[in-house]
Design a protein around this ligand. Sequence first.
Ligand SMILES: *Cc1c(COP(=O)(O)O)cnc(C)c1O
Length: 422
Amino acid sequence: MSTLLVDPKESSGSTWPEDFIPLGPGESAREVALKKIRELSDSDHRDPFMVADLGVLVSRHRAFCQALPRVSPFYAVKCNNSPWVLRVLASLGIGFDCASQGELEQILGLGVAPSRIIYTHPCKPASYLQYAARHGVQLLTFDCEVELPKVAQHHPGARLVLRLWTDDSMSVYPLSAKFGARLEVCGHLLKSARDLGLAVVGVSFHVGSGCQNPQSFAQAIADCRRVFEMGRGVGHDMSLLDIGGGFPGVEGSEPEFEEMARVINAALAQDFPEGTGIKVIAEPGRFYAESVYIAAVNIMAKKAVLEPGGQRKLLYYLNEGHYGNFRVFLRDFVPRIPILVKEFCSKPPLFPCVLYGPTCDAFDKLFEEEVQLPELDVGDWLIFPSMGAYTLVMSSTFNGFPLTSIYYTMRPELRSLLETAP
Ligand SMILES: *Cc1c(COP(=O)(O)O)cnc(C)c1O
């Protein structure tokens, strides 16, 4: 089997790698990883790696469209900007949510039409606004007064979307402390925009990434309706509702996506009924990317310490950690317990364990809390599923540990489909 390692930060978006690992019928990224681990079992090279099954993007897209038939997805690039992920998504015809000039360049560079892009960072440097104007990216969000004269000066033809504050205290990654206008100030912002000759065309919000409460969507959609009315009241032609991101990345997670979708569909039917000409979009990131990747890491050292009560505690030193792909772990409510690539008897004793990353910083560990695991040894592998969201994009080479290599896989049928896509 031929393989190719692709460093996503080095590969250009222009060609497919010759040597994607083809997936056999019924084969998954986990099986590819296990095969790789077996190949490495006699070797001294046990560097961490990831396997990405790009076909998962297609099934996630289907699930999204099926559950939310009125909503057009604009994928949030910040979640995972691997050129291969972006190319598959672009060939599916979806739109993109970009937050910086770099992300705009990356998406425009794939040949995506500027009309399929929304620039969602509410606070923009003047030079980025000029870039968006030059390249025909018209949809921009804003949430405060100082942004308006900037837009009027550097991108007067923009179609503005007012980002609302939402209650996101129930999400894993709240965003509303930093972004979003309160309902009380929206009337004033809408008037200020009008007085500067700017067009406000819609309203957006984000319930927070890893939203735990589907009702947050219903409340936010109801608020949007009030802002639509305020906007129309001062003469804006309001036509776009953007329900943001926050959808779960893993099938079967709590709350379930299907439940969230039911709440959203009902809220849309009530506040923005069909036939009123409103376009509804969303900005899912995690939903598409999270379950595409799995990560394999190896134990490079181990210490056993005795706790005051005589309990044995195990410290493992992994070759990937906080400064690599695992930075998000410290924000999770519940530690993500790895799959252990090792045979155990049916009920192995469990020990409190600390999983440290490879750098010289004591802060570099996967979880704040200890986790309970059976005893492992130097050279053993751990597999973490669902590692595609907010991982590679935040990974660094701190202390000289390189970025993790990634094996991209897909079924041969998908590859031929993508090769014939525009
Ligand atoms: C991060 C972000 C998203 C994506 O959020 P997910 O929870 O990954 O779906 C969408 N929109 C905006 C404005 C964001 O900042």
